[in-house]
Design a protein around this ligand. Structure first.
Ligand SMILES: Cc1ncc(COP(=O)(O)O)c(C=O)c1O
Length: 378
């Protein structure tokens, strides 16, 4: 009989979530309005030290609203990290704007400041100032925000910080999601905490967040009937999801601890293996280690290749995944402009995400250990 599947990153509930959901039912706040929504927003804002938060149905929706608030329109240029999940860039296309992709640097795997500056100058020379920069903190590792902020400030271009994977990550103690004009979070089922599906928009700008709530509820003007003078969306989070979120936020620190322990587990496991590389934290950077990832350096060790390795784990019913395929390599974005070199392409070709759930048991870790060793000793 095959053993149970070990997932890459599965939901991990605490003790309060179900109680909160039951309370929402008991009080009949079963709608995209209610006390848990208010509570979750307050708690998120407290945790990230960003003054205001609006919770919505997904991280993608939060980015879409951020672009609307920055008045990104048809043919506007938005600069976006190429090495990411497509939820970062699709909202640019929803706005009929033009996504322009930027390569990563090797230290954090996130947006390369030099390539960003080249892209900005290229567009300024054409008389087309980019409307926004979307920078991502991938796998929980913060991007080089100091350098990126300095460039953005110099050119007066607002930053949307995609912290979908980085709740709890910091640079010098400052939360990912708190650097840009807007920060966004995701609570999708695979994230460090989940509301089964959901997201949040963070900003210190009170008016912007009030406007975000307005846009997320079909932009209803004040009137006794339904009156609409601008385009809105049905994006607001439900009070049931927020009830789960309030419980999940209470166990976030434990979840981060467990994910960081997973990373150390893999570091130890591969300790003696030539050619395995990890994503280390630069000085002052703190990663929530949402997913533990490795790079296989075949030049150093011919045995190592990510696809056979992934298949071997799959045969043992252990899920693993290649790193994100960069957006400039996606068929959907084949015509998009791209600035940079081959860093993100290399990461995609050489990397693998390993099971990283905060609920991995010691028995499961032992199975992973055995499967990896059996591959390496072939
Ligand atoms: C980096 C990144 N950005 C954006 C998103 C979009 O979030 P959601 O799935 O909640 O729409 C995700 C994840 O799903 C993500 O990993």
């Amino acid at each position: 009989m095959q053993e149970e599947k070990i997932w890459l990153s599965s939901p991990h509930m605490g003790t309060e979530e179900l109680k909160n959901v039951q309370e929402a039912f008991a009080t009949n706040w079963v709608a995209p309005v209610g006390p848990f929504i208010n509570q979750f927003e307050k708690n998120l804002s407290q945790y990230t030290q960003v003054k205001h938060a609006a919770v919505v149905q997904s991280g993608t929706a939060a980015i879409h609203i951020a672009l609307r608030l920055l008045e990104v329109k048809t043919d506007d240029v938005v600069l976006c990290q190429s090495f990411t999940f497509i939820g970062s860039s699709n909202p640019i296309t929803y706005q009929n704007a033009v996504p322009v992709f930027i390569d990563s640097e090797k230290e954090t795997w996130n947006m390369c400041p030099e390539a960003l500056e080249t892209a900005i100058k290229y567009h300024l020379n054409k008389g087309k100032k980019p409307k926004a920069i979307i920078v991502v903190h991938l796998y929980g590792m913060p991007a080089k925000m100091k350098e990126i902020e300095a460039i953005a400030k110099r050119h007066e271009i607002p930053i949307i910080e995609d912290a979908a994977e980085a709740l709890g990550s910091t640079i010098d103690g400052k939360a990912c999601g708190s650097f840009g004009k807007f920060g966004i979070l995701s609570f999708n089922g695979n994230k460090i905490i989940t509301t089964s599906g959901g997201g949040a928009l963070l900003s210190n700008d009170e008016n912007a967040i009030a406007q975000a709530r307005f846009l997320a509820t079909q932009a209803k003007d004040i009137a006794p009937h339904y009156e609409h003078s601008t385009l809105g969306y049905n994006y607001r989070m439900s009070n049931i999801s927020a009830a789960i979120g309030v419980g999940q936020l209470q166990v976030l620190e434990e979840r981060i601890k467990a994910r960081r322990a997973n990373y150390n587990f893999y570091k130890e496991l591969f300790n003696e293996v030539e050619g395995i590389e990890f994503l280390e934290e630069p000085q002052g950077f703190y990663s929530n280690r949402w997913l533990s990832c490795v790079l296989f350096n075949q030049a150093k060790n011919a045995l190592l290749s990510s696809e056979p390795f992934r298949k071997h784990l799959g045969e043992n019913n252990i899920e693993s995944r290649p790193l994100w395929k960069p957006m400039h390599m996606q068929p959907l974005y084949k015509d998009a402009l791209y600035f940079g070199g081959k860093v993100s392409e290399n990461l995609f070709q050489k990397g693998l995400c390993l099971p990283s759930g905060s609920n991995l048991t010691s028995d499961e870790k032992e199975r992973i250990n055995k499967a990896i060793h059996s591959y390496l000793s072939q």
